[in-house]
Each structure stands twice: as C-alpha cells, then as structure tokens.
Design a protein around this ligand. Structure first.
Ligand SMILES: CCCCCCCCCCCCCCCC(=O)SCCNC(=O)CCNC(=O)[C@H](O)C(C)(C)COP(=O)(O)OP(=O)(O)OC[C@H]1O[C@@H](n2cnc3c(N)ncnc32)[C@H](O)[C@@H]1OP(=O)(O)O
Ligand SMILES: NC(=O)C1=CN([C@@H]2O[C@H](COP(=O)(O)OP(=O)(O)OC[C@H]3O[C@@H](n4cnc5c(N)ncnc54)[C@H](OP(=O)(O)O)[C@@H]3O)[C@@H](O)[C@H]2O)C=CC1
Length: 515
C-alpha cells in the first residue's frame, strides 16, 4: 500500500489554481490515488461566461478525468468549488465558506499565479505576492493544517546560473513593494519596473521570487515547503501520455512550428531544454505534501523539480524530434512546411525572421487583398514574434539547479511510493516523450482527428511544390533583372548557354554515331 496515497485518505485539501494546467493534473492524481479523501476545496472565479459550477463540471467531464470517474464515481460530491477571486480582499470568499475552509483544511496546495511574462507589475504583485501573503495569513488560522505547499518556479532566480535549494533575497522587501503598489500610479510603476526587476527578464520571475520571500517571512509555525518546477510540459505517463491544455511554455510554439508559422528561433541549440512533465511535478508535489506533514522538517525545504542535471536534453535535439514527429503526424492546414531550427547567431536569426517569417506573411496578405479578403497574416506574425522575443531569454541560456532535497525525498519513499508517485526524471526517454507531446498537442489542444493525417500529408506535398515553383520563379526573375543590368552576368549567362549547347550537340552526335 502506498503511504502517500494513504496519507491523503480522509483529508480535506485546499487547492488554489485548480482550474489551471497543473491544478487539474494535481486534482486528478489525488482523486485517482486517494479516492477516500474527504473533500477537495478549490478556489474558483467565474470566467468566460461560465459560473464556477459550470467550470468544475467542464473539468470533471474532460478526457483527463475519465479514469477518475471509474475509480471514484462520486467525485462530483468530493469537490467543493468556492467562489473566490485572489485579486480581492479576503479573496471575496463568503463568511460561511471562509469559516468552513479555516476549520476543516488539512493541506494547502497553492498553485494559483499569473504566469504571463508581460503582466503589469501591479497585477503580478497582487497575484504572485499579495495573494500568497493573504493565503498564508488564512493558513495560520487553520487549526487542522498539516502542510502548506507553495508552487514557485525554478526561474525565480534566473538571474543566477547556479541555483541552490535556498531562498535568495531580492533587494527591495516584498512588504515595501506591496505597499507601494497601493499608492503609485500605473505610469510611475511602468517607469520603475525595469529598475525593480533588475537582471531578471520579466515581472513573472521577479514576482515569483518576491512570493518566495513572503512565504519565508510569513511562515510562522506553519509546515511549509516550496516546489520550483522548470518548464512544465505535457504529461509523461499519467493518466495518459501527452495531455496538455494550454499554450504556455513550449506548447504554443510547437503549434506555431507545426503550422509552419514559426520556422526558426534565436536560441542556442546546445543550451539545456529544462522541460519537466506536469505529472512528474504533481507526483513530487504530493510526495512533498506527505513528507512535510509527517516529518515536519525544522525549516522550509525547497525542492527543485528540474530535468537538466539528471537527464539533460538540449533545444537542438528537441527541435529535431519535434520536426521528426511532424513528418509522421503533421498538423492540418499548415501555412508553410514545418521547420524548427535553433540558431544562436543574431544576424542569421534576423535574416530568417525577414525571409522566413515576415516576407511570407506580407506575400500572403497581398494575396488576401488581391482576392478581396481582409489581410491578417502580418498581425498574427507580429504577435508570434513578440512571444518568441519573450522566450528567447530562456532558450539561450543553461542553468544548474541543485536537487539535494528532491533526491533526499526520493530516497525516503517506499518502493511502492517511488512507483506510484514517480518523479525520477532519469527514467524519461526524451524522444518518446517529445513525440507523445506533439501528438498530445494535436489531439487535445488542436482537437484534430487522426483520420485527417493523409490529407495533411497531401497538403504538405502541395506546399512543397508551391515552394519549389515559387523559388524557381524568383530565381528566374532575379536572374533576368541581373543580366539586363550587368555585363558580367550576361557573360556568365552566355557561357552557361553555350556550354549547355555544346554538351547537347556532343551528346546528340555521340548517340547518332552509336546507332
Ligand atoms: C519547435 C520547438 C519549439 C520550442 C520552444 C521553446 C519554448 C521555451 C519556453 C520557455 C519558457 C520558460 C518559462 C519559464 C517557465 C515558467 O515558470 S512559467 C510558464 C510559462 N509562461 C508562459 O509560457 C506564458 C507566456 N505567455 C505570455 O506571457 C503571453 O501570453 C504572451 C506570449 C506575452 C502573449 O500575450 P498577448 O499578446 O497579450 O496575447 P494573449 O492574449 O495571451 O494571446 C494572444 C495570442 O497568442 C497566442 N499565444 C498565447 N501564448 C502563446 C504561446 N506561448 N505561444 C504561441 N502563441 C501563444 C494566443 O493563443 C492568442 O492567439 P489568438 O487568440 O489571438 O489567435
Ligand atoms: N506552466 C509552467 O511552465 C510553470 C508553472 N509554474 C508555476 O506553477 C503554478 C501553476 O501554473 P500553471 O498551472 O501552469 O498556470 P495556469 O496559468 O494554467 O493556471 C493559473 C491558475 O491560477 C488561477 N488564477 C489566476 N488568477 C486568479 C485569480 N485572480 N483568482 C483566482 N484564481 C486565479 C487561474 O484561474 P483561472 O482559470 O480562473 O484563470 C488558474 O487556475 C504557478 O504557480 C506557476 O507559477 C512554475 C514553473 C513552470
């Protein structure tokens, strides 16, 4: 029997960010391995015209939860959606709900965050720092609380190259930042943001670092642990390989590459692609929840959930395997034939941006205009290139994260727990994982039918022919212009033509002689 699964039986668990990518996988695994748990409270806000209940209904009826519904048929009764908005005071939770949360919760998993790189500092601070502080204050009033697990990111200290499992202080105290966000106006915040984030690339990594400091400062007598995952990708094994449901991390860019929009990225092919499957992160999170509650470490332990130091894969290899999978299972209605090239050279990258990204978009928009339709490709391309510019920081560097605590935890688990809550990335086969990832994107994100693969392959063949035709026509036009203007080009042209003529005459003469 798994000790971790048994630990969560009968427990009341509070999850923030349960409607997000990681939160859904966390809930799924909890229900599947500990169907006897008492209740999972989730803090949900209405979104996109859906009430909180509708959102929960949609999650439980998704493919991800198919296995859970077999193992735990009453899953609907064990999930309690609580209306909450983490941007508001006391999270806008009703008094009754708050009372229930405070008196019943045994474990808190804090996953909610804004993961947008370009979020306004005020909003990023509100969600990633202030909300974390408020949740900790709430947690300190929970008499039955056994563990509080905070999800951070391995990139919270991406300004360093070697990162230990410790909290690194930021120059300005989080409390001062929280206070100043209350009275500074947006224009001033915009002005001071670059100075505050310093050598970090965006507000996301900066506010996640502040969030960790808040956890340390507000920990009081709580049993707290922090988990720092690197770039979270599709599921590796559970509940099935390749599940993914949002565009964050590499997923959106794999779509852009598969659809032929993005063909080259300015990135170091040999830099480590520190991807980590979402089910691996969730297994570690649950193991940490158990360890923190049962063993009560004296200080707040930080666990790096990364792959680079144990089983490294680089961006070049990843791009190659993504491309190889597109050959087997192409995406439908591609704009151009896929490519996934990483180039570290800025000039080469700018050249490809002009030739391979912007020029085709302009030509296509010209064609749309000619055929009386509204041009849109340049706009899409500009957005895509903006996204790419934001991730460039992460694909041009490698980091080293120490994993002593994560390895220590692995050694503390029973063989059964090591199997059920596997977070040993050394067992991950990258080629297989990336292939399943691309397949998962096709099935679960793009919702494309596998029966459409032959047609998609035909479409790529047509694009290849158009590409050859276009290049030949372009070459002939360029050549024609050149020989009209340059004597040297004309001489070369006459030399080639006369050489071909002589060769043909010789060939014809020798074949007549043979007859
Ligand atoms: C071939 C091999 C590839 C390998 C490729 C390597 C990738 C290597 C990633 C490293 C990453 C590390 C990061 C640290 C890991 C964390 O700790 S945190 C998790 C990472 N967080 C993220 O990935 C969030 C990134 N996203 C953002 O910040 C914002 O969405 C963006 C990219 C700035 C765009 O903002 P925006 O222009 O306001 O647009 P938004 O409304 O969000 O979306 C606009 C459009 O872009 C699309 N879009 C949004 N996000 C994306 C995306 N990521 N990609 C593409 N399209 C997107 C949307 O679908 C939308 O399309 P339309 O509906 O307009 O057609
Ligand atoms: N994805 C990744 O690559 C990585 C993620 N992480 C960390 O993991 C955690 C989970 O990330 P992930 O699941 O990918 O992120 P998602 O963006 O998928 O999920 C974010 C969650 O936070 C919730 N949330 C955001 N704002 C509010 C609000 N005002 N009130 C209530 N809930 C809110 C969202 O709810 P709603 O659905 O209503 O928007 C959603 O459930 C985060 O802490 C992130 O920093 C760390 C490393 C990498």
């Amino acid at each position: 029997m798994s000790m971790i699964a048994a630990f969560y039986s009968g427990k009341s668990i509070l999850i923030t960010g349960a409607t997000g990518f990681m939160g859904k996988v966390l809930m799924e695994k909890l229900f599947r391995t500990s169907p006897d748990l008492k209740v999972i409270y989730i803090l949900v806000r209405p979104k996109a015209g859906q009430t909180t209940q509708q959102r929960v209904f949609q999650i439980l009826n998704s493919k991800l939860f198919e296995k859970v519904k077999e193992i735990c048929p009453n899953v609907h009764e064990k999930i309690r959606a609580i209306y909450a908005d983490l941007n508001q005071n006391d999270f806008a939770i009703s008094k009754e709900d708050m009372q229930e949360l405070l008196s019943c919760t045994n474990i808190v998993f804090h996953c909610a965050a804004t993961v947008r790189f370009d979020d306004h500092l005020r909003h990023a601070v509100q969600l990633n720092v202030t909300a974390t502080q408020q949740l900790l204050i709430m947690a300190s009033q929970m008499p039955k609380l056994e563990a509080f697990i905070h999800i951070s990111t391995a990139f919270s200290n991406c300004n360093l190259t070697h990162i230990d499992e410790v909290i690194y202080p930021c120059p300005v105290e989080p409390k001062k930042i929280i206070d100043s966000m209350e009275w500074l106006d947006d224009a001033i915040i915009d002005e001071i943001t670059p100075k505050l984030i310093g050598d970090r690339p965006n507000t996301y990594t900066y506010t996640k670092a502040l969030g960790e400091m808040v956890v340390q400062q507000e920990s009081r007598n709580l049993n707290i642990a922090i988990i720092r995952p690197s770039i979270v990708g599709a599921t590796w094994q559970e509940p099935f390989p390749g599940w993914v449901d949002n565009l964050n991390g590499p997923s959106g860019l794999i779509i852009a590459a598969g659809k032929g929009f993005l063909r080259s990225i300015r990135g170091a092919p040999m830099a480590v692609a520190d991807l980590i499957p979402v089910d691996t992160v969730v297994n570690l999170t649950l193991a940490v929840g158990w360890y923190t509650a049962v063993h009560r470490p004296k200080s707040t332990l930080i666990y790096h959930c990364t792959s680079g130091n144990l089983n490294p894969c680089n961006w070049g290899k990843m791009g190659f395997q993504v491309l190889a999978t597109f050959e087997k299972v192409p995406f439908e209605r591609a704009f151009r034939r896929p490519n996934a090239d990483f180039t570290a050279n800025t000039i080469t990258s700018q050249y490809w941006n002009a030739v391979s990204h912007r020029a085709p978009a302009i030509i296509y928009d010209f064609y749309l205009r000619l055929t009386g339709r509204k041009p849109r490709m340049t706009k899409i391309m500009n957005r895509l290139l903006k996204t790419v510019s934001m991730i460039e920081y992460f694909v041009n560097r490698s980091w080293e994260w120490s994993t002593y605590n994560t390895e220590m935890l692995m050694s503390e688990l029973s063989p059964e727990d090591q199997r059920v809550f596997n977070f040993d990335v050394r067992q991950l086969n990258w080629l297989e994982y990336i292939e399943n990832y691309v397949l998962g994107i096709k099935k679960y994100l793009l919702k494309e039918d596998m029966a459409g693969i032959p047609e998609a392959k035909q479409h790529l063949k047509r694009l290849r022919n158009i590409h050859y035709l276009f290049n030949t026509a372009l070459f002939l036009i360029a050549w024609r212009l050149l020989i009209a203007r340059s004597q040297m080009a004309r001489n070369v042209w006459f030399f080639i033509v006369s050489f071909c003529y002589k060769f043909l005459s010789y060939f014809r003469a020798s074949s007549t002689l043979k007859v």
